[in-house]
Design a protein around this ligand. Structure first.
Ligand code: ADP
Ligand code: MG
Length: 279
């Protein structure tokens, strides 16, 4: 609607995501300290960083689920900070989210879980919904499981059903939060293939937060590393892996001792345990 490319067909489409000078404070913790990030349409970007660094927070800013303190976040041409209620819900329908804790509705079948967003957000007739649901389930290899209840699924199958549900409305932007955690190799392969297929065949822009660099390398063309309130590396995979910064190397090689502190800021242990020595 406010997409400038629609008004001016000759121009380059706006980026899928544009973040300018984003700052976020949660409780006493400064999560983002003025970050800038632009994600071109049709790209797959991997986001890594030590845990607690704000990766999930970043995705929640993009969906408008969590407000930020200052800066500007534009998603699919819309300024998230200016959207409320209906326009925000309309924008969210253009995004698919596979969040780590995005549970299935336990009292609905696999079929009805995937049909849910279609029934909630469209007026499509039931036969068409059936076709769409079966196609989405087919794409994650679980059409045969349509009649099962979530309790009958393995963890990997449940994640694949959640993925089928996330793509039910044909999103333009997919956000994945740790999509490989806890999955068996077959489910990992299915998720990897799906991220690739959605991108290559449908041009879906994707942001993938994960720790598994070998999977990320297969799906993403770019690697962004978050740490300490900022973006400490951003570029093609090989370039970031060869980054000489000790902070980037500490993180990528999984060293717990280096410029990025291993411990969340805390009072000295001896104080907290009441066994403090001489003061
Ligand atoms: N709603 C909240 N209120 C206060 N602190 C929060 C909230 N959500 C997350 N945090 C804190 O913000 C930091 C970043 O969290 P998160 O984005 O989940 O990190 P990551 O996904 O990179 O592991 C963590 O220290 C977390 O404890
Ligand atoms: Mg997280």
């Amino acid at each position: 609607m406010t997409d400038p490319a629609a008004a001016n067909p000759g121009s380059r489409p706006p980026p899928a995501v544009a973040i300018r000078k984003l700052t976020t404070q949660l409780g006493s913790k400064r999560i983002f300290d003025g970050i800038d990030l632009e994600v071109p349409r049709g790209s797959v970007t991997a986001i890594m960083g030590p845990s607690g660094t704000g990766k999930t927070t970043l995705l929640r800013h993009l969906t408008g689920q969590l407000a930020f303190d200052s800066g500007r976040v534009t998603v699919l041409g819309e300024d998230i900070g200016q959207l409320h209620h209906e326009p925000l819900y309309r924008l969210r329908r253009r995004m698919g989210m596979l969040f780590q804790h995005g549970a299935l509705l336990t009292d609905l079948t696999v079929f009805d879980n995937v049909a849910f967003p279609l029934r909630e957000n469209t007026d499509l007739p039931e036969p068409l919904i059936r076709t769409l649901v079966l196609l989405k389930l087919q794409s994650v290899g679980l059409r045969g499981a349509a009649g099962l209840m979530p309790a009958e699924l393995s963890g990997g199958m449940a994640r694949r059903v959640a993925l089928a549900r996330a793509i039910a409305l044909d999103p333009e932007l997919m956000l994945y939060d740790e999509p490989f955690v806890g999955l068996d190799p077959i489910a990992v392969a299915a998720v990897v293939e799906l991220i690739i297929t959605l991108n290559r065949t449908l041009g879906v822009t994707s942001l993938v937060v994960a720790h598994e660099i070998e999977h990320l390398r297969r799906v993403a063309d770019r690697l962004v590393v978050l740490a300490d309130g900022g973006i400490i590396a951003d570029g093609p995979f090989d370039q970031v892996q060869a980054d000489p910064s000790p902070m980037v190397q500490q993180f990528l090689r999984g060293l717990s001792d280096g410029p990025v502190p291993f411990h969340y800021p805390a009072a000295p242990l001896t104080d907290e345990l009441g066994i403090g020595g001489a003061t």
